[in-house]
Design a protein around this ligand. Structure first.
Ligand code: ZN
Length: 377
């Protein structure tokens, strides 16, 4: 972090006018403050993430209320996956469920603090409904987190501010101060369970041809394996085949048939949000033979700036047309705007782009990521 305070970062008006896009943020964490926060925010569009059961409807409402500013993203974050049971029938008991998805084995005292789990299948039905009613909605925030531990209180992590509190939240997800560490239990969600929840959601995103905003902490190898596996039987189509496939889709749509039968069964546009993996792995992800999807890498000041020199190397390693910027911030307003200005400036500097040139590239990338290649401006 440099010595300038976050609030001091600004961009000239003509740069904002080109259009600046936040590829990943959480303003529904402070939903009541969203209308006021959006009023003076210069960011053109916000890709607004859902994370758990009780914020999916907030993302839906925000997209209805601000259709020009909010691009909704529905999904279930790895931090909350223990609250879902994946079996088709409810588990025998609450403790049986939690003992099967948490490790080390939780104590009875801790289990008492946790709510009854709910059905993953029911969540998937809601996700489908949300995709049906928002044709451009993404899947997110989903992923794998191997470092996250449940809070001792058994409560869900939230960055919601009390109504009376006008203070800005001081940190974003993933960032964990010493005080928080003391509040954490030793319990983590098993990788198998996180994977099951992720794969169920990816299948829906594939069916509806939606982009994915992906969270990965201490899981870069695992995530890569998951995606590599998803595409293992897939033949990368040639240009000619791609054109034929496109024509076929149009025909199916014209006849009122089911267009999804012509789409691949996995998502074709994926963003590794606040990417914190090594630079070498970027080469692996963008190798079409290994993962034939279009992979994007997004960066935020809150998560990535602390990586110093490594951050520069990583940004350099990302192809120009796969780079995105984000705030990952839970409150719309002044600080969100400053964070956006900051990451745009830093990324342009590292890439050696003039601001206006860089902002145009980032704009095109965001449009391609969200709407697909043909919709790029
Ligand atoms: Zn996030």
């Amino acid at each position: 972090m440099d010595e300038l305070g976050i609030q001091d970062w600004q961009l000239p008006d003509d740069i904002w006018d080109i259009g600046i896009y936040d590829a990943h943020c959480h303003p529904v964490d402070n939903y009541k403050k969203l209308p006021a926060g959006l009023k003076n925010l210069r960011t053109s569009k916000l890709t607004v993430m859902a994370t758990r059961l009780d914020d999916q409807h907030k993302v839906h409402e925000a997209a209805l209320q601000f259709p020009d500013r909010v691009v909704p993203s529905f999904g279930y974050h790895p931090w909350f996956t223990h609250l879902l049971y994946a079996s088709s029938t409810p588990p025998e008991s609450k403790s049986q469920h939690y003992r099967s998805v948490l490790f080390p084995e939780p104590t009875d005292k801790f289990l008492d603090l946790l709510p009854d789990p709910v059905s993953l299948h029911e969540f998937i039905k809601d996700l489908t409904i949300n995709f049906e009613r928002h044709p451009y909605a993404l899947l997110g925030e989903v992923g794998i987190d191997r470092s996250f531990r449940l809070p001792k209180s058994g409560k869900q992590v939230t960055y919601e501010l009390p109504d009376s509190d006008d203070e800005q939240p001081s940190r974003s997800e993933n960032e964990c101060c010493e005080q928080d560490k003391k509040r954490l239990s030793p319990y983590r969600v098993t990788l198998d369970h996180q994977k099951q929840v992720l794969l169920a959601q990816l299948a829906v995103a594939g069916k509806y041809d939606r982009s994915v905003s992906l969270h990965g902490v201490q899981a870069h190898g695992v995530l890569f394996e998951i995606f590599n596996e998803l595409w293992s039987d897939f033949h990368v189509p040639t240009k000619k085949e791609r054109k034929m496939n496109k024509d076929e889709k149009t025909q199916i749509a014209d006849t009122g048939g089911n267009a999804s039968s012509a789409t691949p069964s996995f998502p074709t546009r994926v963003c590794l949000h606040s990417y914190s993996g090594p630079p070498d792995q970027i080469t692996l992800w963008i190798n079409k033979r290994k993962v034939p999807a279009r992979i994007y890498f997004s960066f935020s000041v809150l998560i990535n700036q602390r990586y110093g020199e490594k951050f520069k190397k990583v940004v350099h390693a990302v192809p120009d047309d796969r780079l995105l910027v984000e705030t990952d911030f839970p409150l719309a307003g002044e600080k969100m705007q400053a964070l956006q200005a900051h990451i745009v400036s830093v990324v342009c500097e590292i890439k050696g782009w003039k601001l206006d040139e860089g902002v145009k590239i980032l704009k095109r990338n965001w449009n391609e990521f969200v709407y697909g290649e043909s919709s790029a401006l």
